[in-house]
Write a protein of this length. Sequence first.
Length: 291
Amino acid sequence: MKEKRMYKMNEPKLSFAQFGEDMILDAILRKIKEPIFYIDVGANHPIILSVTYWFYLNGASGINIDPLPSMFDELQKFRGRDINLRCACGAASGELELFVHGGTDDGATLVDKFALSDKSIAVPVRRLDDIYSEYAAGKTVHFCKIDVEGFERQVLEGLDFNVFRPYVFCMESTVPGSMIPNHAEFEHILLDNGYEFIGQHSINRYYADKNQMSKLNAGAHVFDLKNNPHYVFKCFFQEDIAKLDDKPAQDSRTKKIRIKLFGFIPLLTIKKQTNKCWLRLFGFIPLIKIK
């Protein structure tokens, strides 16, 4: 069944991701006709700076993995069509200490040298191929995004590439909190298992399965968001304006959040009432209603 998309080919599209990862992945996967299926390791918030939310709005679904209890709760509220798991991924199943920063979700890491504080919580850890085998065995994974604050190599070490072969990996490839490249720590695992580096944009590097290259758009043009007329609008969600707090069931008050382009052009309105959420483009064009 052909995936239903919310836009026409020549219309601009709204990116929810921090560095346009959703637009790049959509361009790479443009030839794919079936509904997109993704796995997001280090998913964090279901909407704010999400790499997968634009795909979700367009009918895609997948598996979101995040060890933070607060992020898991948000994923459960707003990604009902997805499978949401509260755990980390690593080379072996077990339990590890996740370093968290001052009660916030920013900078949480399993790598002690990147920790912003000495506060930690114990979190379950699973191999990614075990998760795939349990929840999506035999299913085509069109892309896998891995953003785990310096733990990328360990996630890849927990993969049997004979079992788990996404068409595309989107890998955070810099030292956490910097632009210093760190892909040398994990890239050989992908290259040695039949993946090809196809491009980089900002902090992310993209790798494609060599056996699936004919199904993908892997040219340099897909990484040039600045000069692509189809990707005009770029929206950065800020925690202080886009955090959708849960309301008691009896609370009928409505909360509105407006995102403005260049600070004054109304771009996106999020209207939340009790357990329903409406998204409207330019304040009046309905995009989606979430229950």
